[in-house]
Write a protein that binds this ligand. Structure first.
Ligand SMILES: Nc1ncnc2c1ncn2[C@@H]1O[C@H](COP(=O)(O)OP(=O)(O)OP(=O)(O)O)[C@@H](O)[C@H]1O
Ligand SMILES: [Mg+2]
Length: 650
């Protein structure tokens, strides 16, 4: 990162001041931030106070195992001080602090979280200004109101203080300084012209009350000069989750959510609860309204922080909530864990496992309530987080039943009517026609493409609803779940359909009466096609599931299902593909025609019939979206058949 030549300092012999360049993205960000005509500039203070609070939390935790780090000063506080003459506003904390490398790494590059998301969005949308509000841009928000930012910091446990200075125009300097706080960080903003409002204590009081009232560390405003130094704590400075619900406004809850989740949307669901008795813990949890950018990111973290007796312990405690609830944001604070618990012990703490179980139950119960009370909202929730929650179906056998009740599926039901949309398993079963036993599903990559699948024809004709699975996770929970309410999950692309058993008696009789005798020669044709395609298919059968299409491919009972095989192939996790069953539609005019022709004279050696058999298989492959093993042969056969068709003119 060190881009600029080191400048020689003339006077002191102390180690030199270095001039370094910002990471490209940071420069781009600063340009936007500095020039942004963003109305709500006051959020800069929220960001800086949030950083200061995180820094105190991190030191308090580090001091649990290295008490010397906070020795002599465990009164964490954040201080605001204005100097009207110098037109500077400073925000100081006695938290963990930063040394030279921390300053270069943390304030010279886009290290983490919201800001990275901001930059990605920026690539998609042009108007950076509006995005600032959505993403808060962290530390760099200071440059919305300051034309110079000085960060003087001394890392806890280290003696050397460092100063980081920048005007936000592409470069910054780092130099050792004695003027850093004894421990922690002081950020001094030299305000731009026209930003004097941020030197006014009333204004500052309002901003802190609006955005940082939930910060558990006192935010103190120091006004007046050396002689009559007045101090005033501007925020409630108590952990918001410990306060009675009745005393907390929705705005305060939302601001806490913004802080704890580094998020900027409105939370969809809020759960504030206290568990007493065997386990004692308090929880304040939120479900965001929109997808966090790292939901499927390999390094993703759940956003629930663990506190013990209001002391921040960890935000990387995987055992606190299951991965399938990783969209949760918030805190769990327990009285029952020892403060100096190490991360290793945390990992295998039976108590934490109990809290995890209880919290999971509580969250799922709340979702169940919501699904009943506000089904449309729940549908939006499902849109956003359904694919994650479904991971619990194979991860968490204990909660499987509840998760199945919460699961919503796209379906073939009511297409084109306002009844379309998702269905729960309970509603699916409630509207099953007589005779239907299994829960039918079709899985693939895209719901709309699935709706056009020939495999659905026979089911649609019988009024049998088919669930449409289009999340990759669906292929993983089905083998683990197998059934719901005593009914098997059955793929419409594998094995027999049992369609003939479905439909009420009246239909069945009508069907029997009108049952068209099998087209003459169908069995012979099936045998012929089977013979012709011996090396390529497992079997050829008369289909029950086709009404319009001539053919389709299905997996044989017991073989790996079609979509799962495609997924595994895509991920090079399958070397040998299973042979499929080619199903033919006995009522399709082409099939009838072929059967007649086969029944004709000298048909056995009829090359056209053999070509037709291969073309039927290739057609079924194309319908599956599978590549043809021999496109040239396909082309040749198609050409010759069309040619024959044109010349015979019959
Ligand atoms: N007062 C501070 N004390 C110690 N470290 C700090 C302080 N302020 C910022 N930092 C460091 O600088 C990094 C960048 O801060 P920044 O606010 O841009 O991002 P963030 O807080 O990590 O995430 P977000 O974008 O959600 O705010 C922080 O992660 C932290 O390591
Ligand atoms: Mg921040």
């Amino acid at each position: 990162m060190e881009t600029m030549a080191k400048k020689k300092s003339t006077t002191q012999t102390a180690p030199e001041e270095e001039k370094l360049g910002f990471q490209t993205e940071v420069s781009r960000l600063l340009e936007i931030v500095a020039s942004a005509l963003y109305s709500n500039k006051e959020i800069f203070l929220r960001e800086l106070i949030s950083n200061a609070s995180d820094a105190c939390d991190r030191l308090r935790y580090a001091a649990l195992t290295q008490p010397e780090l906070s020795a002599g000063d465990t009164d964490f506080r954040i201080e605001l001080a204005c100097d009207a003459k110098a037109r500077t506003l400073s925000i100081s904390d006695n938290g963990i602090g930063m040394n030279r490398d921390d300053l270069v790494e943390n304030l010279g590059t886009i290290a983490r979280s919201g800001t990275a998301a901001f930059m990605r969005q920026l690539e998609q949308k042009s108007d950076g200004a509006n995005l600032i509000g959505q993403f808060g841009v962290g530390f760099y928000a200071a440059f919305m109101v300051a034309d110079e930012v000085q960060v003087s910091s001394r890392r806890a446990g280290e003696t050397q203080g460092w100063r980081w200075t920048s005007d936000g125009k592409g470069e910054f300097t780092v130099a050792p300084t004695e003027e850093a706080p004894a421990r922690g960080t002081r950020i001094q903003l030299r305000l731009k012209k026209g930003e004097d409002e941020f030197l006014d204590s009333t204004r500052l009081r309002h901003i802190v009350k609006t955005y940082s009232d939930h910060i558990a560390i006192p935010v103190v405003l120091r006004a007046g000069d050396k002689d009559d130094d007045k101090e005033e704590t501007l925020n409630a400075a108590s952990a918001i989750w410990t306060r009675p619900k009745s005393e907390i406004s929705d705005e305060a809850y939302t601001e806490f959510y913004h802080h704890v989740a580094h998020a900027f949307d409105e939370p969809w669901l809020r759960l504030h609860f206290k568990a007493e008795g065997v386990l004692e813990y308090t929880g304040l949890l939120f479900i965001p309204a929109s997808k966090p950018f790292d939901l499927f990111h390999p390094e993703r973290q759940h956003g629930v922080k663990l506190y013990v007796k209001r002391v921040f312990i960890s935000d990387q405690c995987d055992d606190l909530v299951p991965a399938y609830l990783r969209f949760l944001r918030g805190v769990i604070d327990t009285e029952d864990l020892p403060l100096n618990i190490s991360r290793e012990t945390l990992q295998h703490s039976p108590l934490l496992a109990k809290i995890r179980k209880a919290v999971t139950k509580r969250v799922l119960a709340e979702l169940k309530k919501r699904a009943k009370k506000v089904p449309d909202e729940y549908d939006t929730f499902w849109d956003t987080f359904g694919a994650v929650l479904k991971e619990g179906l194979y991860e968490d056998a204990d909660q499987r039943e509840t998760l199945l009740e919460l699961t919503r599926f796209a379906t073939t039901h009511g297409v084109g009517t306002n009844e379309s949309g998702r269905v729960s398993l309970a509603d699916y079963i409630a509207r099953m026609p007589a005779g239907q036993e299994a829960i039918y599903y079709l899985s693939g990559d895209d719901t709309d493409a699935l709706r056009r699948s020939p495999h659905l024809e026979g089911f649609a004709a019988k009024g049998v609803e088919v669930l449409l699975f289009s999340d990759p996770v669906d292929e993983f929970w089905i083998p683990a779940v197998r059934e719901y309410a005593g009914r098997q999950f059955k793929s419409v692309t594998r094995g027999a359909t049992e369609l003939s058993k479905i439909g009420d008696k009246k239909d069945a009789d009508a069907e029997d009466k009108t049952d068209k005798p099998a087209a003459p020669g169908i069995d012979a044709l099936v045998a012929f096609v089977k013979l012709t395609l011996t090396d390529e298919v497992k079997d050829v059968r008369v289909s029950e599931r086709l009404t319009d299409s001539a053919v389709c491919l299905v997996a044989d009972e017991g073989d790996i299902d079609m979509h799962l095989e495609r997924l595994l192939k895509q991920h090079q996790q399958l070397d040998q593909a299973a042979k499929r069953v080619l199903e033919v539609n006995p009522d399709h005019p082409l099939i009838r025609r072929l059967a007649e022709r086969l029944a004709g004279d000298g048909a056995a050696s009829d090359e056209a019939l053999a070509d037709a058999a291969h073309l039927l298989l290739d057609q079924a492959r194309i319908l599956e979206g599978e590549p043809l093993p021999d496109p040239a042969a396909f082309g040749r056969r198609l050409t010759s058949l069309v040619e024959r068709g044109l010349t015979s003119g019959d």
